[in-house]
Every structure is written in structure tokens, then in C-alpha cells.
Design a protein around this ligand. Structure first.
Ligand code: SF4
Length: 476
């Protein structure tokens, strides 16, 4: 999928407890999670006495220079890389958010989206609270500050019981790191360990949105933070408590379809294994009379490998992606048709000419990009184009931390599969079934999934009527 017509990643979080270069490990962890958010990043570190913060707009490698990291030296740290799903993308909303309250100085980094943030914010503002940002995460900070509980862990647990929606959080105080997941376990959060070196007193405990961050810093994956669990790591060691009774689990299945890196273990399962399984399952459900399988790079590649393997068709990289396209570029005065897509993708004529092509992608959002890619493949001489999509039609927006267009913009919410096929100009179009998706991702084995964007059945009570109203009603 291309940047102009894709679901945007949510956020990535990292936490490190007890390492002489905690800020550097956090920086490296964020670097491994850069795919989860590219708008801003931040680190808060502690030297055991006080917290230091640096947040900025841009990419992790550009923000954290040697100089910046030298000012963040500490033994504890948390970090965040952000794509805005709530609040705008200004620096003001970059995380971690740091506050001083009667519970001491703390900072929080959040992946997910709270569905009752507005309601709580209005209530707190009515009682005199002054908010600094328009991010939903700040609500948690205020609830902690206002909690009647006397200790920070109790106040965090109290605050988390009052919010609803998706949150995987890491927090820091001068001498402790905290990690928590919402009771339904929407977003991933893994816990790992780096064994103490000779002469060091204790192991380093680490947390990250995805285990690919552990690989880079030499940590071993231990387990996921469980839904409804609050893990506290401090001088007393690691303790855990469940701040909320268990709820029906609804981990985001789209993490396996698209968001997470294939080299990560997410919700106790290899993403690579799931994604290849999606392709294999789709090959069984929707075979095509074709000569080659061509993935839309990069995100469509892993599932396409599964489709090709199961169908016996050769996989050919007939589309080449330019990875160096920035946010703005100068278009020639005489408009080039499909300029935006051509900037990012270019077909290899020798692989496509005269071929019946299975074009493979991981989703269709508005359909406009798929239409341009189909046109591009035909323009390179393909005889037929059979589009295959490794998930079911996306018919409803996400309220749990994934940036989805409203229902009126989602093509599958407004057109049948055959109408979409006609719109994108493919000879055939097939999506993976919901049952096939769940089977390939091991639903019911180690986790149960949310699949609301494919079904419109939301696991929480809250719904945004405007966003889920059928497009036909909104036009009236
Ligand atoms: S609605 Fe879709 S994207 Fe959002 S949490 Fe559920 S499965 Fe994930």
C-alpha cells in the first residue's frame, strides 16, 4: 500500500529499567519501531533523581543526535514514536507527556486510543483542570494527579479503571518504570530481559510494542504484558497486579495483517507466520488462472509469498518501490497522469508484458491507489490483472488507535466487491474471508481478536455515529 491511501500506523512505545545507557537502548528500540509512527518521537529518562525529556517532530534518527542523547543520560527511560490518531500532529502533542503533581513527577507514553477521553476531559475541565494538549493521553495524566489514592501505583490503577478503549502504556517516575495494557488487550506490549553483566547488580527489564525492538538491543522476549495488567519495575524488583477484572479479549487483528513487522512476535504469535498464512489461505479460497504473482511493495510482500507458494505460481517483483519519497515534491507544470503513484512505484515491463498477473496487496482503502496501480500494470503490457487482497473488505472505521477514513470514504462500505473490481479496473477481485483471516491468525488459540473494521461489530459500547453511518444516509 502507498502512503497516500493507507491506514496509518498508530504509535510505538519502549521502556528500559536499569541499564547504564537506558536512553540509548530506548533510542534504538524506537528506531526499530519507526514503522509505527513517523511524525514525532520523544524520550524521557531518569538518573534516579529527576526526569529529563526531549521531544521533537520528525524521525527517530534525525531527532536523537549524540548531543541530545548525552543530555538524556540515565538508567531508566521510556520512549514514544507517534502517528497522531487523536489530537493534531503538533509538537505539543508529541509524547511522552511529562507532569508534576502531588504524586511526584511522572511521564507517560501511550499506544492506542481512548474512546471516552472527550467525555472525561469535559468533566475534568468543568472541575477546573487545565489541559496542555489535545491528545487523549493527557486525560490519563490528569486522572492520576486527581486520584484520591496515596501511592503512584494505586493512582495509576485507579486512573486506568476510569478510561475505556485501547491503551498500551509505559510510564516512568524517578525510580520506577510501569507498563500496562487495557483489559481487552487491543494493542500489543511485550516484556523482555537483558541479563546482568558480571559486576552489574540486576537484569535490565525492557518493554516494547513489538519484539523486533528487543532483537536490536539484545533483549530476550519473556512474555506479553497481559490485558488488564499493570507491571511495576523498581528497586524492589518486578511486581504485577491486575487493576481490572478480565474482559473478553479483542486484540487488533490488523496488527497481523499490516501494522507489525514480520520479524515480531505479536500477541504470542509470529507475524511472519500469520501473514504468510493469509496468502496461503487466500490462494485456497480464491485461486486465479494466471502466470505470475506480483506484490505491491513493501507491505503486500509477505502474504504474496504465501499465495505464490500455495498456488504454485512464480512470485515476481514486477513493481519496484522508491523508498526515498519525502512528504513534498515538485510536480512538473504539465501534469503527469498518476504522478503520485509513479513517484513511489515503477513497473518492470519485462516481467509483466503479455502476462496474466495476480496483483497482491494487503488492503484497499479508498480504491484510488489500487486503480492507478492496476492501470500501471496494464500499461506495462500485462494481459490480465487479478487483484487479491489479504484481508476482508474494510467496511468500518477503527476507534482503537488506527487512523481509518470515515465510512463514507471507505470504498468497501459503499460498493460491492464487483463494483470495486469495476472501479479499480481489474479482471477479477477477491478478498480473504473473515473466517480465513481468523484461521490464519490463530484466533482462539493464544488470543481472541477484534475485527470490527471488517464487521462493524465493536467490542466497546462507544460508537461515533457520524463515522459509522452508512454513506447513503449521510448524503441526505
Ligand atoms: S477495528 Fe480493526 S484496526 Fe481497529 S482495533 Fe479492531 S481490528 Fe484493529
Amino acid at each position: 500500500m502507498l502512503a497516500s491511501d493507507k491506514f496509518h500506523d498508530e504509535c510505538g512505545v519502549v521502556a528500559i529499567y536499569a541499564h547504564p545507557e537506558a536512553e540509548k537502548l530506548t533510542y534504538l528500540g524506537l528506531h526499530a519501531l519507526q514503522h509505527r509512527g513517523q511524525e514525532s518521537a520523544g524520550i524521557v529518562s531518569s538518573n534516579g533523581m529527576m526526569l529529563n525529556v526531549h521531544r521533537a517532530m520528525g524521525l527517530v534518527a534525525d531527532i536523537f543526535t549524540e548531543d541530545v542523547l548525552s543530555r538524556l543520560r540515565g538508567t531508566l527511560a521510556i520512549g514514544h514514536t507517534r502517528y497522531s490518531t487523536a489530537g493534531d500532529s503538533a509538537l505539543l502533542n508529541a509524547q511522552p507527556i511529562m507532569v508534576q503533581s502531588n504524586k511526584g513527577v511522572t511521564a507517560v507514553a501511550h499506544n492506542g486510543n481512548l474512546v471516552n477521553a472527550q467525555e472525561i476531559r469535559q468533566r475534568l475541565e468543568g472541575q477546573g483542570s487545565i489541559f496542555q494538549t489535545n491528545s487523549d493521553t493527557e486525560v490519563i495524566v490528569h486522572l492520576i494527579a486527581l486520584s484520591k489514592e496515596h501511592t503512584l501505583p494505586e493512582a495509576i490503577a485507579d486512573a486506568l479503571r476510569r478510561v475505556e478503549g485501547a491503551f498500551s502504556l509505559v510510564m516512568i517516575s524517578p525510580d520506577r518504570v510501569f507498563a500496562a495494557r487495557d483489559p481487552r488487550g487491543f494493542r500489543p506490549l511485550a516484556m523482555g530481559r537483558i541479563p546482568a553483566l558480571p559486576g552489574e547488580k540486576q537484569d535490565t527489564v525492557v518493554f516494547a510494542s513489538e519484539t523486533c525492538a528487543f532483537d536490536l538491543i539484545g533483549a530476550t522476549f519473556e512474555r506479553d504484558v497481559k490485558p488488564g495488567e499493570l507491571v511495576i519495575v523498581g528497586p524492589e524488583g518486578t511486581t504485577s497486579r491486575f487493576y481490572s477484572p478480565a474482559a473478553a479479549q479483542s486484540s487488533c487483528i490488523f496488527e497481523h495483517v499490516y501494522f507489525s513487522r514480520p520479524d515480531s512476535i505479536v500477541f504470542g504469535r509470529s507475524v511472519q507466520e500469520s501473514r504468510e498464512g493469509l496468502g496461503r489461505q487466500l490462494a485456497r479460497e480464491a485461486p486465479a488462472e494466471a502466470d505470475v504473482v506480483v506484490p505491491v511493495p513493501d507491505s503486500g510482500v509477505t502474504a504474496a509469498i504465501g499465495y505464490a507458494a500455495e498456488s504454485g505460481l512464480p512470485l515476481r517483483f514486477g513493481l519496484i518501490r522508491n523508498h526515498y519519497v519525502g512528504r513534498t515534491f515538485i510536480e512538473p507544470r504539465q501534469t503527469v497522469r498518476d504522478f503520485g503513484v509513479k513517484l513511489k512505484l515503477n513497473p518492470i515491463r519485462s516481467l509483466l508484458e503479455g502476462k496474466r498477473v495476480v496483483l497482491f496487496d494487503d488492503s484497499i482503502v479508498r480504491g484510488t491507489t489500487s486503480r492507478k496501480i492496476v492501470r500501471m500494470i496494464r500499461g506495462a503490457g500485462a494481459k490480465e490483472v487479478h487483484m487479491r487482497v489479504s484481508c476482508p473488505p474494510t467496511i468500518s472505521p477503527c476507534f482503537y488507535g488506527v487512523d481509518t477514513p470515515s465510512k463514507r470514504e471507505l470504498i468497501a462500505a459503499n460498493k460491492s466487491v464487483d463494483e470495486i473490481r469495476e472501479f479499480i479496473g481489474a479482471d477479477s477481485l477477491a478478498y480473504l474471508s473473515l473466517e480465513g483471516l481468523k484461521r490464519a491468525c490463530g484466533d482462539g488459540e493464544k488470543t481472541q481478536y477484534c475485527s470490527a473494521c471488517y464487521t462493524g461489530q465493536y467490542p466497546t459500547n462507544w460508537v461515533d455515529v457520524e463515522a459509522i453511518q452508512p454513506a447513503v444516509l449521510l448524503k441526505r
